[in-house]
Design a protein around this ligand. Structure first.
Ligand code: SF4
Ligand code: SF4
Length: 342
């Protein structure tokens, strides 16, 4: 594995050069928070962010994605993937993208997702500030991130750039990199270990034990009613989650009522209508009608149902759901600890 060093003052010039030829998406400030957005200039890049409102998956699996245009003459594919660099992704979000890779490849492979994924180079970056709701150090610790092409770690005086793939290596010709020294590599290792040590929230139970106990609590309606009592089914805990991947497909008709566009949009299992199905002749049934049933379903998915497929929980401990939930009931740390209490 090759490792390079980029002096701190050379980062803007490196990113500026990338921007001349490629779309670069990275963390930028939005009032007092951060979002992943297309960079207009290198000055916007904020590698010191703690967490973004929405995860970087939106660059590969957008909130709304046109699939095809249709008309009486037939249909045409839309949305050719463009090469892009996803810059400054924290390791927990790389792990989440690894999970999406798995979900979208399994069974009937999702070409839309996989084409965008293939066109994307991911430069991960070290965590310089940690959000107070994060618990990434205590979920799926033995599941390592693997889908990035390079990893940039901030150390004193600059950045250590570790190359994992040819796509990661292809970027170094755009910056003033030199080979990293042994001390610089050790400093990078220590900086990443420190971020894990400083992660503020903790779950003190093994993945296996959590999976077993949560599943065993499925029929305890009083627990789910209590946990979901203040839930107003806004779906924020779904839409902010880097590992959620459900979507809805709808046709939008033009005024001519003969042509239109088919697009998919993010969906969420906490939303009231998510489990509503047609019974024909205008009749419907909602098989998770109560908020507590939908709340339970999300927790089961994150902690139990997907463990076997992923080798760990479908939660990476980013804390976004805890930050975004207005009544503050979506935090997996709180939920799991409540269930483990018995
Ligand atoms: S964010 Fe909170 S209130 Fe909204 S659906 Fe999720 S648990 Fe319910
Ligand atoms: S469940 Fe919450 S903490 Fe876990 S990955 Fe999703 S948003 Fe992050």
């Amino acid at each position: 594995m090759k490792t390079y060093f980029l002096p701190q003052h050379e980062l803007p010039s490196f990113v500026s050069t990338l921007l001349q030829t490629t779309r670069v998406i990275g963390p930028v400030a939005k009032k007092h928070k951060f979002v992943f957005a297309r960079l207009a200039s290198a000055d916007e890049l904020r590698l010191d962010y703690d967490v973004t409102i929405l995860p970087p998956k939106k660059a590969i699996f957008p909130q709304t994605q046109p699939l095809l245009k249709f008309s009486p003459e037939g249909y045409e594919d839309v949305g050719t993937p463009q090469p892009q660099i996803l810059f400054g992704v924290h390791f927990y979000d790389v792990k989440a993208l690894d999970m999406l890779d798995e979900f979208f490849t399994d069974g009937h492979a999702d070409r839309r997702y996989l084409d965008n994924r293939e066109a994307t180079t991911i430069v991960a970056s070290s965590i310089q500030h940690i959000n107070e709701r994060a618990f990434f150090a205590s979920v799926g610790a033995d599941v390592k991130p693997r889908g990035h092409d390079a990893f940039l770690t901030a150390i004193e005086g600059g950045y250590v750039y570790e190359i994992l793939t040819d796509k990661g290596e292809a970027l170094i010709k755009h910056g003033s990199f030199r080979a990293a020294t042994g001390d610089e590599v050790s400093s990078a290792y220590a900086a990443n270990a420190e971020a894990l040590d400083k992660c503020p929230q903790h779950i003190y139970h093994s993945t296996r034990e959590i999976g077993r106990r949560v599943r065993a609590a499925f029929g305890r309606d009083e627990v789910w009613d209590e946990l979901a009592e203040k839930c107003f089914s806004c779906g924020t805990c779904n839409t902010t989650c880097p590992t959620c991947y459900c979507f809805d497909v709808q046709d939008k008709w033009n005024l001519d009522q003969a042509s239109g566009v088919r697009e998919r949009t993010w969906d969420g299992c906490l939303l009231d209508d998510f489990a509503r199905v047609s019974l024909g002749e205008g009749a419907t049934d909602n098989f998770r009608e109560k908020a507590a049933q939908r709340f339970r379903h999300r927790v089961m998915r994150k902690t139990s149902y997907l463990n076997e497929k992923l080798g760990g929980p479908a939660c990476v401990g980013c804390g976004r759901c805890a930050i975004g939930c207005v009544p503050d009931i979506a935090d997996p740390v709180r939920i799991i600890n409540r269930i483990m209490e018995g």
